[in-house]
Structures are given as C-alpha cells and as structure tokens.
Unconditional design. Structure first.
Length: 226
C-alpha cells in the first residue's frame, strides 16, 4: 500500500481526503501536525517525535452494522504494536489506549456510508512515542519513551502498525485487552452522571453495565475508578 510521509501538515485525517476521489487505499504519516484533531471536537497536541498516522481504506459490501470492527481493529492493532515493542497497553473502551492509567494513544475514526454499507473509513492514530508530553496533559498522558526509558524507531513502529491494521478484529481479543471490564466507572452522558460497573463488551461493540444498560460509543465520557 502507498505510504505518504509528510514533515508537517495540519491534520493527517484531513490531508488523506485528497485521495478519496481516486478510491485509493493510502497511509499518510506526519512528523508533526499543526491542527491535530481529537474526538469530541477536541484538539490533539501533535509535536515532533510522535507518530501521527492515518489510513484511508475502501470497502466492498461492508455492512454499516459492523462498523465496530473498524474501531476494534484499530485499537487492537495499536495494542499489539506496543506489545511488540515491550509495552503492555490496555483499551479504555471504546478506543483510547492506556498504559499505567495514562493515555498513550488516541484514535479518531470517520466512516462514510453508502446506503447500508461503509464505503470508506478514515482511521487516525496519534501515538506518543519520543515526543515530550505537554505540561497541561502530563497527568493524563504518557509516551513510549517514558515507559521504556529510551527512544523508539518511528519507522519500525509505523511498519508494525501498518501490518497489524490489516488483521480482522476479534471481540474476544478486544475483551482480553479491555481496561474497563470489571471496573467501577463514572459515566458522564450529557448532564447525566452515574456510577456503575462494566461487565462485558458485546459483539456489536456495546459496553454492558451491571444494571443491564448498554452504552454505545459517542458523546459519552468514562472515568475509571481505582
Ligand atoms: C483522541 O484521542 O481524541 C483521538 C486523537 C486522534 C489523533 C490522530 S493523530 C493522526 C490523526 N490526525 C488527526 O488530526 N487526528 C488523528
């Protein structure tokens, strides 16, 4: 697959859109982003030394009802990549990757639908590697450099991640790496804040709480209680 390397761009998730008209699968990687985008309209600090990666993929007959596969596949690919470099990470549902309770990687996905199918997806992955963690997020973010006490080769990480992203997601594997199953959570849904325990993740990606309620990824915030 074509991999395009950029020194600097506003956002690899935006840049990759120029390949949509050719219906071409492509990976775009930038050394830094000036307008890195996060979930829920937040920005994603993207200084030099991190891995800022976006994959554009086109599909044939991929049912929209299985969009969860894309999210789970991306999260698992990151966890397995980190493991290959000696880091044990977990998935904070739906797709934050955490190590020692701090976020090491964020994933931002947008899918484009054509009737009942997914036409293409844009999967953006921001991994803190050798970059310094900005002061304002020091309490909640971590880098591979901090975990390992040494720098990693970004090219090797990029190749491993690209390979791992081609695997199909397995829900059992996803569950095995979950940071939330069995944990007490504070769930923030709009004005509504409540506590519960996560008991399972269902094959459609829903997070099941002990009261039987099902949560779907979206405008939702979870805090894991220690
Ligand atoms: C989040 O945790 O809020 C998601 C962060 C996603 C960041 C990545 S970095 C590569 C790609 N380009 C972007 O602008 N965002 C994603």
């Amino acid at each position: 697959m074509r991999i395009e390397r950029l020194k600097k761009t506003n956002s690899t998730n935006e840049y990759v859109k120029k390949f949509i008209k050719n219906k071409e699968d492509v990976i775009v990687v930038a050394d830094e982003q000036t307008g890195g985008m996060g979930t829920k309209g937040r920005s994603f600090i993207s200084e030099k030394g991190g891995l800022y990666f976006t994959k554009l993929s086109f599909y044939n007959n991929f049912p929209a009802s299985e969009s969860w596969q894309i999210m789970a596949g991306a999260a698992l690919a990151v966890v397995k990549t980190l493991l290959a470099f000696g880091i044990q990470a977990k998935i904070k549902w739906p797709n934050d990757i955490i190590v020692n309770g701090k976020k090491i990687c964020g994933i931002l996905i947008s899918n484009s639908f054509c009737s009942q199918n997914i036409d293409y997806s844009i999967v953006g992955i921001g991994l803190n590697v050798n970059n310094e963690i900005a002061e304002e997020i020091k309490d909640i973010a971590i880098s591979t450099k901090q975990v390992l006490g040494k720098e990693l080769d970004i090219e090797s990480l990029l190749l491993t991640l690209s390979l791992n992203l081609s695997a199909k997601a397995d829900i059992n594997e996803y569950r095995a790496y979950s940071a939330v199953i069995g944990k007490k959570l504070t769930v923030i849904r709009g004005e509504n804040i409540f506590e519960s325990v996560a008991v399972d993740i269902l094959p459609d990606g829903a997070l099941k709480l002990e009261n039987g309620e099902l949560l779907y990824a979206g405008e939702l915030n979870l805090k894991i209680k220690i």
